[in-house]
Write a protein that binds this ligand. Structure first.
Ligand code: NAD
Length: 391
């Protein structure tokens, strides 16, 4: 029990799109938290925000992390800066929740996890899709054996973006400033969910492919796919894109006793098989060469309302009680998707299957090459309020 105690939060990158979202949750939501200080390098937006909220604001990370009225800090800067932010926070003895993805590169991601552990801080990552009760219900169904042994998971994510989107955000769509495209920006929530449902780990090996089909204002990939296998034998196929449209975000989990589909955050299909697929395969004696066990539609599982602030509440409980288990998604769990994303980049670049985790040094070499050889893109810089656009 934490009584009436509240965690006093600060935010780094507070005046950006997601920084404002966190500020809203921490000031308007009901939870064991309050917002006491904000920090952003954009001085104009920072001053406006601090004034509006009536709290302390600074452009200096060092000043924020040193404050006595701040217990925990959310890092909401672009991903290549997550590691530096997280390390500054934990070195100052505070707990930290970073935005997704953990970082842009494996070296940064592993470095920030090491720092959290070395300083014995509570570290979380903001994968708020996991606050959706559908995710936890699906995981429960898998754990209880309701779907039998899980054979495979198929994931599709479509998040169409125009060239205008890339022309707005200075760092988006650039190898140097973002470290990738759809895989590292739009798809991490779905890749995290895939790892969570398939195995609660990163895959063991995969083969990836990415390309830029037609986004002229972006240097990075707008389409990516991968196939691979998790350490528990679950096979996966993944297809994510900002180039296709009219599709959904979909997870299809196939077990030997049943299957579920989650589409746009809701259960849309649940079936069970009259007989386990493996038993049927080994015992059916004909005469129909195409026979399979009868597929029985089931009522869709019922779940409660989605509370996106659950992730903040559970992180705050973990901070107050010093119990990491209270967190919904720990920073260490953020490595599952991070290692997957980085392995897909490297696999496609090398043109071969890779085992995970990939070499951090080899990854740095690849990224340096991609940055050095990135094609010039035409993108008018629009440094204005409209620059704060959706991911
Ligand atoms: N969880 C989600 O659904 C979600 C949604 C959007 C963005 N994100 C993640 O949040 C991060 C930020 O994305 P965004 O869309 O808010 O970007 P943004 O450009 O709108 O905001 C980033 C903010 O960080 C500030 N900043 C940059 N470097 C800084 C530094 N060193 N110190 C202090 N402030 C600094 C910028 O001035 C800007 O205000 C990204 O990693 C992105 O992937 C997550």
């Amino acid at each position: 029990m934490t009584g009436n105690r509240k965690v006093r939060f600060g935010i780094i990158g507070s005046a950006g799109l997601i920084g404002n979202y966190h500020a809203d949750i921490l000031t308007k939501g009901e939870g064991p938290y309050e917002l006491t200080a904000v920090c952003d390098i954009n001085e104009l937006r920072l001053r406006n925000q601090a004034e509006k909220l009536g709290i302390f604001g600074t452009t200096q990370v060092s000043e924020l992390v040193a404050r006595d009225d701040v217990d925990a800090i959310i890092v909401a800067t672009p991903h290549p800066f997550h590691a530096a932010g997280v390390i500054a926070v934990v070195e100052a003895g505070k707990d930290v929740m970073t935005e997704k993805p953990l970082a842009a590169t494996p070296a940064d991601a592993r470095r920030l996890i090491k720092a959290i552990n070395r300083k014995r801080r509570i570290g979380a990552v903001h994968y708020q899709s996991r606050a959706n009760p559908v995710a936890r219900k699906a995981r429960q169904m898998i754990d209880s054996g309701e779907l039998g042994k899980i054979i495979s998971i198929r994931v599709t994510g479509s998040y169409y973006k125009s060239d205008y989107y890339y022309s707005l955000g200075g760092w988006r769509g650039m190898w140097r400033d973002e470290g990738g495209g759809v895989l590292i920006n739009q798809a991490p929530h779905d890749i995290d969910m895939m790892c969570y449902l398939a195995a609660e780990s990163a895959p063991a090996e995969l083969a990836g492919r990415w390309t830029n089909l037609y986004h002229d204002a972006s240097q990075v990939e707008d389409f990516a796919s991968a196939i691979g296998v998790f350490p528990n034998g679950v096979q996966f196929t993944l297809n994510v894109s900002v180039a296709t449209h009219g599709d959904a975000r979909r997870f299809e989990v196939f077990g030997t006793a049943g299957a579920i589909t989650i589409q746009d955050g809701k259960f849309t299909r649940y079936v069970r098989f009259e007989k386990d697929l493996v038993d049927f395969a080994h015992t059916y004696e004909g005469p129909d060469p195409y026979a399979g066990p009868v597929v029985q539609d089931q009522p869709l599982p019922e779940v409660g309302e989605n509370d996106p602030s659950l992730i903040h509440k559970m992180f705050a409980e973990a901070v107050l009680t010093r119990k990491k288990a209270k967190m919904l998604v720990s920073a260490a769990d953020g490595l599952w998707s991070q290692e997957t994303i980085n392995a897909i980049y490297l696999s496609s670049y090398l043109g071969k299957k890779v085992k995970l985790p990939v070499s951090a040094a080899r990854y740095e070499k690849m990224l340096a090459d991609l940055i050095a050889n990135a094609r010039p893109v035409s993108r008018p810089q629009r440094e204005s309020e409209e620059g704060r656009i959706a991911r």
